[in-house]
Design a protein around this ligand. Structure first.
Ligand code: ADP
Ligand code: AMP
Length: 214
């Protein structure tokens, strides 16, 4: 099953993608996580990506597309994958479609997790990420057992720089301008399915499983 997660920053794409990956035994591919790992390791790609990410801007398409195309060609993707945070622009979607076509494949579902802008800033200011393993929590909606300590690896939790309210507003604008057009793109291809992302994390997941099947 080849799945794309669509939705505003903070809509819950990563949260649901991890659950999908676990239930259907497919890899979770997050371009944001890949960039953050590169930043942490001080790679050239990480240095380039950071200048855009810190400003709430998208990393240029040419730095993202090859990376994802290489990743979906790896052996562990043979039975599918869930893409989280990619594509984010029409050229990225077209490049993915072209690469898949050359492999005789296509996307099965683009799942749009719908959350209005009003809820997003509050969501993002409460998001906490583990500096060590990248696990994501929320201080109210998905708290850790011990305050500020990752449940999985006991790493320290931080508020991502790009989750500060001034950057979130910019990321929302970028989302509406560059990423929202993908909703029409996948609707026209009959791939779009929508779920309400404002309800409980488990209820959102139930709605997704209803679509994807048990
Ligand atoms: P995205 O990957 O779309 O940027 P995340 O999955 O990281 O978003 O979710 C953003 C924040 O909102 C996280 O702190 C997460 O724990 C929380 N969250 C995710 N889904 C829900 C939900 N349905 N209700 C409340 N909070 C949620
Ligand atoms: P995310 O973790 O998905 O919220 O992504 C964090 C940041 O990484 C984004 O705000 C962008 O700067 C960058 N990024 C992640 N995925 C992409 C992509 N597909 N295209 C361009 N930039 C991306």
């Amino acid at each position: 099953m080849r799945i794309i997660m669509l939705g505003a920053p903070g809509a819950g794409k990563g949260t649901q993608a991890k659950k999908i990956a676990a239930k259907y035994s497919i890899p979770h591919i997050s371009t944001g996580d890949i960039f953050r790992a590169n930043i942490k390791n001080g790679t050239e790609l990480g240095k380039k990506a950071k200048t855009y990410m810190d400003q709430g801007l998208l990393v240029p398409d040419e730095l993202v597309v090859d990376l994802v195309v290489d990743r979906v060609n790896q052996d562990d993707c043979a039975n599918g994958y869930v893409l989280d945070g990619f594509p984010r622009t029409i050229p990225q979607a077209e490049a993915l479609d072209k690469a898949l076509m050359e492999m005789g494949q296509s996307i099965d579902y683009a799942i749009n997790v719908e959350v209005p802008d009003e809820n997003i800033v509050q969501r993002m200011s409460g998001r906490r990420a583990c500096v060590n393993c990248g696990a994501t929590y929320h201080i109210v909606y998905a708290p850790t057992k011990k305050e500020n300590v990752c449940d999985t690896c006991e790493g320290e939790l931080i508020l991502r720089d790009d989750d500060k309210p001034e950057t979130v507003q910019k990321r929302l604008n970028v989302y509406h301008e560059q990423t929202q057009p993908l909703i029409d793109y996948y609707t026209e291809k009959n791939k779009l399915v929508e779920v309400d992302g404002t309800i409980d994390i488990e209820k959102v997941f139930d709605a997704i499983v209803k679509i994807l099947g048990e």
